[in-house]
Design a protein around this ligand. Structure first.
Ligand code: BES
Ligand code: ZN
Ligand code: ZN
Length: 508
């Protein structure tokens, strides 16, 4: 489906600096702390003091984001002095963005490989394990590019092939390398499919893509299993809200269910539900230009969920998971659902429609009730649910809401470790007032329009059958307008790092 990607590979090497042969060697400096450590001094001496004199003569200060190249043309072709900023403001997030930026810069200079002298990229605040994991993950994130539809650039696109992390630690870092490269692959595959245009990535296409993933896990004991339901089968299930949204499009809906068993089947699974609207035109409440642009990203929750379960299986995580993704397209036509329609959800509740552009919560309603039937210990949904998420936290962080304090804590802890910023919003019962319908059990939106993120979640809460649940609204953080640090313009792969960190740490 996607062309075989040549992605960089990352390895850790215990070596003397004097023995390194590479196109570039990266050395980090904190601001105004420019004296050379013992190992670099040795290298400097060997190179006739080229490093120390360069620092003196070129006004290198170690400012955050500064990167200056010294041309050596020996075993090491170039030495890159990398500024890390003030030492007391140094974090793993700062490190990750610097590594990603420098990786991009070297690739643009046609560098095919580089080495990082790790000891200069950290201080005593962080463990080597963390630094190696973040260095790997952030370089692979930064180097991502979506080239699928560039017919010319493809042939001679610049490729950075090898990154070597040099350290004098004797430890083995295989686990960190494995984790980081599997998570980076999951994140970049999520970006690929979310970036894929809506005429290609239809519900059927995504269902086929999932089938392809499942084939890679064929095993007799069925620890990884996919089921795909077509429109007829979804009708049989009586998923009235999902079908209501889907009925306006010629691209027919699919419901995809994936199960992964990493421990005894007796243990309750964690359910992950992802919004999979392959294009959100708004339906009869058609989105005006320019708001209709980019609505191919409305499938990002579903795509993230697929790659999260795939990565969990690759890592053999000791958890059971079930992923439920409703896939459909929201289009205006003579068969579309309308404002004022009343739909009957899978759980039997009736829902009065007020705006066909609030379609995500409708397809999720049915998917959540379906997921609840697995009797999971927790349900987490991932959805590009609201434009209001932009008002809430801007492009920096992702709002989430939960009915369960323990899940909230897990998400917050995972946020710290994964560096994906999230912030909790309340689900106070007062908000429920605004979803009362005159004629049905519920309205799906509040006509006042305030507290958009919370109202979306307040509606969804009706469909989880009391099971501990969290809702993550990636309406804004799904997409980056900038190419900066770990961000690359386009789909971000939001929640992949967060969820993987949470599942990695999950203890029942
Ligand atoms: N997919 C959109 C949310 C969205 C909008 C994400 C813009 C990213 C950028 C969702 O289906 C939607 O249209 N939500 C409406 C809800 C409203 C009608 C209550 C919104 O946020 O405007
Ligand atoms: Zn919409
Ligand atoms: Zn939508």
């Amino acid at each position: 489906m996607f062309m075989e990607k040549i992605t960089a590979s990352v390895k850790v090497l215990k070596s003397d600096l004097n023995k390194i042969k590479d196109n570039a060697l990266l050395i980090g400096f904190f601001k105004d702390k420019l004296s050379l450590g013992a190992e670099i001094k040795k290298l400097d001496n060997k190179l006739s003091n080229i490093i120390s004199s360069f620092i003196k003569n070129n006004n290198f200060k170690g400012e955050k984001g500064e990167a200056k190249t010294i041309y050596i043309n020996k075993d090491i072709k170039n030495i890159v002095l990398v500024g890390l900023g003030e030492e007391n403001r140094f974090t793993l997030d700062v490190l990750s963005n610097i590594i990603a930026d420098v990786s991009k810069k070297l690739r643009e200079n046609s560098t095919e490989s580089f080495s990082i002298f790790l000891d200069t990229f950290s201080n005593n605040k962080f463990k080597y394990e963390e630094v190696i994991e973040k260095t790997t993950l952030s370089s692979l994130m930064g180097l991502y590019k979506f080239r699928e539809y560039k017919t010319k650039e493809n042939e001679n696109a610049k490729q950075l092939k090898q990154i070597t992390i040099i350290t004098n630690s004797n430890k083995n870092f295989d686990n960190e390398l494995k984790y980081a490269s599997i998570v980076a692959t999951a994140l970049n595959k999520t970006r690929d499919l979310v970036n894929t245009p809506p005429n290609i990535a239809t519900p059927q296409y995504i269902a086929d893509y999932v089938k392809g993933i499942c084939k890679n896990f064929v095993s007799k004991d069925k620890i990884f299993d996919c089921k795909i339901f077509d429109e007829k089968q979804i009708e049989k299930l009586k998923m009235g809200c999902f079908l209501g949204v889907a009925q306006g499009s010629a691209n027919k809906p699919r419901l995809v269910v994936i199960e992964y068993y990493g421990v005894s089947k007796k243990q309750k699974p964690i359910a992950i539900v992802g919004k999979g609207v392959t294009f959100d035109s708004g339906g009869l409440n058609l989105k005006p230009y320019p708001f209709i642009l980019n609505m191919k990203d409305d499938k990002a929750g579903a795509i993230a969920a697929v790659h999260i379960i795939e990565a969990s299986a690759k890592l053999d995580l000791p958890v059971n998971l079930v992923v439920v993704i409703p896939l459909c397209e929201n289009m205006p036509s003579s068969t579309s659902f309308r404002p004022d329609d009343v739909l009957t959800a899978y759980n039997g509740m009736t829902v009065e429609i007020k705006n066909t552009d609030a379609e995500g919560r409708l397809i999720l309603a049915d998917a959540l009730s379906y997921a609840a039937e697995f009797k999971p210990q927790a349900i987490i949904d991932i959805a590009t649910l609201t434009g209001a998420s932009l008002i809430a936290l801007g492009y920096i962080g992702t709002p989430f809401l939960s009915t369960d304090g323990k899940i909230s804590e897990r998400i917050k802890e995972a946020s710290k470790k994964s560096l994906e910023k999230v912030w909790e919003f309340p689900l106070w019962p007062e908000y429920e007032e605004n979803l009362k319908s005159d004629i049905a059990d519920l309205k799906h939106i509040s006509e006042e329009g305030d507290a958009g993120v919370i109202m979306g979640a307040t509606f969804l809460k009706n469909f989880v059958n009391g099971i501990p649940w969290a809702h993550i609204d990636i309406g804004t953080t799904v997409w980056s307008k900038v190419d900066k640090g770990m961000l690359v313009k386009g789909a971000t792969g939001a929640t992949v790092r967060l969820m993987m960190e949470m599942l990695r740490d999950w203890k029942n």
